[in-house]
Design a protein around this ligand. Structure first.
Ligand SMILES: [Zn+2]
Length: 429
């Protein structure tokens, strides 16, 4: 949200001099406690990020809206052991890997046996993002396009869901609306209808089409292939969702989208967990407070490691971005804590923006304005000035000033000679 002007900084004795008023502000959004009221968590089945790159922004304006207006990576990872649909969706919703004592334990990828739940399979309750959202009073929804996704509605229904330990008691049924429609155009329309009538605080949407086409015709990312064409169709689905969240008065400016996938694919399969085409997936976040165009690995240089073409285990000290982060990133956006029992992104530390400097300050030296602020390494700063801020006209004094980790100083020579000025910083990479 780089272009959005912010409130000027706090009043400061340095801001007034003679008859010239100098004000300071930032053009990144400050981190609010919970700027987001609604999260739509989208998983596109079998989505390969290189198919998005191959088609480009003119073919995929909505995927590219995530890339240019959101924070993203095309190099996230699926579960380590499994690159098939249902285990990876349990991972997305629970924030757990599949195997091991801390894993969710759901390895099957077919329709669950009647009445089977995550808890009956694991031998103990397995909580998901729905638990946290619903227990905190949010309306929740699951909109899926494969029949096996009934697993979630069964696992977290009025009988099998955990008692709500967070007063008031919102009940054991953690998913308020469950819809399963194979036709994803109809599914997305139903989501829009429901969101318009009564918004979901947290809703999960699964779009099956790329997986179906991949199995039938191959995961060929080249434009013109059947697989590539279905990615364009998915872009149209995203366009319907963007239209909703940007035009609906209740949702606009208060809704975030989290987009990832369960796995990629190669040939007509995706089950080989050692194949990079199978385990490489996108992870995109768009919404208020998310830095436009930011690469998630650059934003998280110390706490996430770009795995290159590798396949890091869960034991690696610095983890890649994983699809299993979707649950805890969604909850963080909503101002909620992590999923109990989760192990992926549990400390909710995936940064989606850069904190603005708290010490952006100005002093006068003769007729010059001296601007100082503490920078962060790897971040680029533009210092902008407006002589008529109400008109939205800003000009760059300096662009792409590299952050050093220390304080930088910049002088606007002769600032006192002309009209009042407003200064602001624009942070980016
Ligand atoms: Zn599949």
């Amino acid at each position: 949200m780089r272009s959005k002007p912010q409130h000027p900084g706090p009043p400061n004795g340095h801001l007034l001099a003679a008859c010239v008023v100098l004000l300071l502000g930032f053009s990144t959004q400050p981190t609010a406690a919970a700027p987001v009221a609604y999260v739509i968590h989208i998983s596109i089945d079998g989505l390969r990020p290189d198919a998005i790159t191959a088609l480009g922004p003119s073919n995929l304006p909505n995927f590219y809206r995530f890339r240019t207006r959101g924070a993203f990576t095309d190099n996230a990872r699926s579960d380590y052991d499994y690159t098939v649909t249902l285990p990876n969706h349990v991972t997305q919703l629970t924030g757990r890997g599949v195997l091991g004592t801390l894993g969710h334990g759901w390895t099957a990828n077919s329709d669950p046996p009647s009445g089977a739940t995550l808890a009956s399979n694991k031998g103990s309750y397995v909580a998901g993002a729905f638990d946290v959202a619903h227990d905190h009073g949010l309306r929740t929804g699951e909109f899926a396009s494969k029949s096996k996704f009934v697993l979630f509605d069964t696992s977290w229904n009025a009988v099998n869901g955990a008692p709500d330990a967070t007063p008031p008691d919102n009940g054991q049924d953690k998913i308020d609306v469950y819809l399963n429609i194979g036709d994803t155009a109809a599914l997305v329309n139903a989501l829009v209808t429901n969101m318009t009538a009564q918004p979901f605080g947290y809703v999960f949407l699964h779009l099956t089409d790329p997986d179906s086409v991949g199995h039938a015709s191959g995961w060929n990312p080249a434009p013109g292939s059947a697989y590539s064409n279905v990615i364009k169709l998915m872009d149209a689905r995203l366009g319907v969702i963007f239209s909703l969240v940007q035009t609906n008065l209740q949702l606009a400016g208060r809704t975030a989208l989290v987009l990832t996938a369960d796995h990629g694919g190669s040939g007509t399969d995706h089950s080989l967990n050692t194949l990079k085409e199978d385990y490489t997936i996108p992870f995109y976040v768009w919404g208020p407070g998310v830095l436009a165009g930011a690469d998630l690995y650059r934003l998280n240089a110390t706490n996430r490691l770009n795995p290159g073409t590798g396949r890091p285990t869960y034991a690696d000290p610095i983890q890649p971005v994983r699809n299993g982060e979707a649950a805890n990133v969604s909850l963080k956006l909503l101002g909620l804590g992590p999923v109990p029992g989760s192990t992926i992104g549990t400390n909710q530390d995936l940064a989606l923006t850069i904190p603005s400097p708290t010490d952006f300050a100005l002093r006068l030296a003769g007729t010059d304005a001296v601007l100082t602020f503490t920078t962060r390494l790897n971040v680029l700063y533009d210092i902008q000035r407006s002589d008529s801020p109400g008109m939205g006209s800003w000009s760059n004094l300096v662009t792409n000033l590299p952050g050093t980790g220390g304080v930088v100083t910049n002088v606007d020579f002769g600032a006192l000679d002309s009209a009042p000025h407003l200064y602001r910083l624009n942070l980016h990479f």
